[in-house]
Ligand binder design. Structure first.
Ligand code: PEP
Length: 245
């Protein structure tokens, strides 16, 4: 199975999200080998869910809280997300790590809660530019995997996805070279196998992907992409879908 996950971040209002999901769902036929997931903002989830419910598109949230219910002002819980039709959840996106200040420990709790509620969490890992320059990239990604997955049992780990997203490549137009992406793919596979005895977790690439470069990540072994900027352009996004055969 290949995956294309559209992360619209906070870029669209509700009407714009509905329009974009209509454009995409109108062009997507049911496809048993590709899973296309739209992740609008929390405010747009319910309306996008209505638009895509008869299509093969899946709904994802951009974040989740680590407790399911209670006095947590401003947060959104797993039961609510499920009620709306959410199936996937992005966890530990670099913008949450670096702008909001989420730690690996918080991310581990979010992964656990999402898994406990039967959602499929997508754990984002990736080094900063400084970490890459200082040859710490592999060490940091291995650590993010170790810590981010520490609370999951084996059955839960088998349902997750990993997105390798080098921080310096996100939204910059500087995509990771296929060779560096391949080295990191090999490292992630090794950690998942050695520490978690898992060989089938889909590993996605994210960071300035488009219809021109996505095929090179698939060739390196990645099972698809987590897509920011290009997912806001329906034509490009649809071409990316065609490119991930
Ligand atoms: C992202 O934010 O997850 C992402 C990959 O963004 P972009 O495709 O714009 O680099």
């Amino acid at each position: 199975m290949k995956y294309l996950i559209a992360n619209w971040k906070m870029n669209l209002g509700i009407k714009e999200s509905v329009e974009l999901s209509k454009k995409i769902s109108g062009e997507i036929e049911s496809d048993k080998i590709k899973t296309i997931v739209l992740c609008p903002s929390f405010a747009s989830l319910a309306e996008v869910s209505e638009v895509i419910k008869k299509s093969s598109l899946k709904l994802g949230a951009q974040d989740i809280f680590w407790v399911n219910k209670g006095a947590f002002t401003g947060e959104v819980g797993a039961p609510e997300l499920k009620e709306i039709g959410v199936e996937f959840v992005i966890v530990g996106h670099s913008e949450r790590r670096h702008i909001v200040g989420e730690t690996d420990e918080v991310i581990a709790k979010k992964m656990k809660l999402a898994a406990d509620f039967g959602l499929r969490p997508i754990l984002c890992v990736g080094e900063t530019g400084d970490e890459r320059e200082n040859e710490q990239a592999e060490k940091r990604v291995a650590e993010q995997l170790d810590l981010g997955l520490q609370l999951l049992d084996n059955a839960q780990i088998s349902k997750i996805l990993i997105a390798y997203e080098p921080v310096w490549a996100i939204g910059t137009g500087k995509a990771c070279s296929p060779d560096d992406a391949l080295s990191m793919f090999v490292l992630i596979k090794k950690v998942l196998q050695e520490k978690f005895s898992e060989n089938n977790i889909p590993i996605l690439y994210g960071g300035s992907t488009d219809d021109k470069n996505i095929a090179s990540y698939i060739e390196a072994g990645y099972a698809g992409a987590l897509v920011g900027g290009s997912s806001l352009k329906p034509l490009t996004f649809l071409k990316m879908k065609e490119a991930i055969e």
